[in-house]
Design a binder for this molecule. Sequence first.
Ligand code: PMP
Length: 312
Amino acid sequence: MFSLNSAIGNTPLIELKNLTGISNIRIYAKLEFLNPGGSVKDRMVSYILNEYEKSGKLQRGGVIVENTSGNTGAALAMLAVPKGYRVILTMPDKVSREKQETLKALGAEVIVCPTSASPGSPEHYVQKARDIASTTDNAVMLNQYDNRLNVEAHYNSTGPEIWNTLRGNIDYFVAAGSTGGTISGVGKFLKEMDPKIKVVMPDPIGSIYYEYFNTGTYSQESISTYQVEGIGEDHIAKCMDFSIVDSMMQFTDDMAFSATRLLARKEGIFAGGSSGANIWGCLELMNSLEHPANIVTILPDSGVKYLSKIFS
Ligand code: PMP
């Protein structure tokens, strides 16, 4: 009670009535940008820190290392620094100055690595984090891509919150993914409660997930750059559980960013590009349905960070 941790989760679920109009389809969006760290990642970080402390993996004066420039880094700095932990975050130098400075403002140590470093080389930001963690006393990594606790965090909080708020009246859950923690945890919980619920995953063109889901493999040629941040991947995260995904769809940056702006103008919800991607997915799904349905999605973070990229 009264702790910052207690302010995480139980985010509002809003019905997007202007986007659906008079249709018999309802779209509900969970406002994850209202978490104190500004994103859905607060849930995972809070859960993992708690589990690490309980198990003794993280001890007084411990060091937490992670490769992240974004929402996970902010959540980690916000929750771990005030507890006396040392937080070291590695990132490529393409990350904006504002993002780097935000993490420093929260007390994290930021190590900036050359974007041009090849994966696996000591200068690459992922390798750098691993090297620091393995050579620093009392250091742990969150390891968000492969850590089952990431999925568990959403299975135990986001999923039940959605189910309880709508009293189980859910037909579809729509979410893009990167680590896959959100979609896998929420999807698993909802399907256990009602196996008829379908899980739909939008994926940016340039990510490997769509091809991997449909063919069981992927080629290097399917990897390309895209502008939407925080979703899609160039490797398969262990947290990403494709067994709970029923179908996938692919979108362009333009589709995601147009939907982000539509969400702002039609519903007054100022969210980020991955939220736009999820809304695009909901609208595509809505247009393909010929029966009434309740669709639920996630709005992972706010539009503030993307003003110049999406709204200018
Ligand atoms: N949107 C944003 C803005 C994110 O930062 C992330 C996490 N990378 C996601 C969506 C996807 O969440 P998850 O990692 O749980 O798949």
